[in-house]
Write a protein that binds this ligand. Structure first.
Ligand code: PGA
Length: 247
């Protein structure tokens, strides 16, 4: 009942013109698959995504302003993203939490701004290595989830995506085992049930992220509570991304 989602997080890679050519190649080779494809792009690439991908492949941004409009130099609002046809946008990625000091409270505001524009937040949570080694990863991740959803009320289960991304697995080549990912995803779903109710929790897609590649994706995506992936490095190569869509 939950449609798998394979979301590519391009981070700060490729130029807009390179992206445009890549989008064209993607459309030419897009497989018939039950999974939904999405690309989370630098702001500068979004007009080309709107032009080329249109409504054939979902796309969105990697961050958004916590403010609605005004004198906020350098910021990009949820309304601007909605105008460009963004369906999804990442909030709370660990790189923003650690390099830009984003707190749970700020992440919650950003998620709320997206929901106001009917854009689905892909909310990232996940523990650093020392927390995993101390055996505190579930409590840590659920606390982060609670803070990042404080005051956030998605109208439907389809209006929210959670991405569990253990920090130690991002860009490192180390992946959580399918069993470890499943255990955390189950804990997240049962937390969602307590907060929003059973029907809602059953409908929310929970993605795994952290060194997902064509050779490990099938085992991860086969877990009952893993509803797809948030993929960095492997989403930049067309061949790999296409393989992930059929994994
Ligand atoms: P990675 O990145 O797949 O390169 O580990 C995942 C992410 O940060 O979203």
């Amino acid at each position: 009942m939950r449609r798998r989602l394979v979301a590519g997080n391009w981070k700060m890679h490729k130029t807009p013109s390179e992206a445009r050519a890549w989008f064209q190649n993607l459309l030419e080779r897009l497989p018939q698959t039950e999974a939904e494809a999405a690309l989370l792009l630098p702001f500068t690439h979004l007009p080309y995504a709107a032009q080329v991908l249109g409504d054939r492949v979902a796309y969105g941004a990697q961050d958004v302003s916590a403010h609605r409009e005004g004198a906020y130099t350098g910021e990009v609002s949820a309304r601007m993203l909605a105008d460009l046809g963004c369906l999804y946008t990442i909030v709370g990625h660990s790189e923003r939490r650690s390099y830009h000091g984003e707190t749970d409270a700020l992440v919650a505001q950003k998620a709320q701004r997206l929901l106001e524009q009917a854009i689905v937040p892909i909310l990232c949570v996940g523990e650093p290595l020392e927390v995993r080694e101390a055996g505190e990863h579930v409590a840590y991740t659920l606390r982060q989830l609670e803070g990042s959803l404080n005051g956030v009320n998605p109208p439907a289960a389809s209006s929210l995506v959670i991405a569990y991304e253990p920090v130690w697995a991002i860009g490192t080549g180390k992946t959580a085992t399918p069993e470890d990912a499943e255990a955390m995803h189950k804990a997240i779903r049962s937390w969602l049930e307590g907060r929003y109710g059973r029907g809602f929790a059953e409908g929310v897609r929970i993605l795994y992220g952290g060194s997902v590649r064509p050779d490990n994706a099938s085992a991860l995506f086969a877990q009952p509570n893993v509803d797809g992936g948030l993929v960095g490095g492997a989403s930049l190569k067309l061949e790999d991304y296409l393989q992930l869509l059929t994994a």
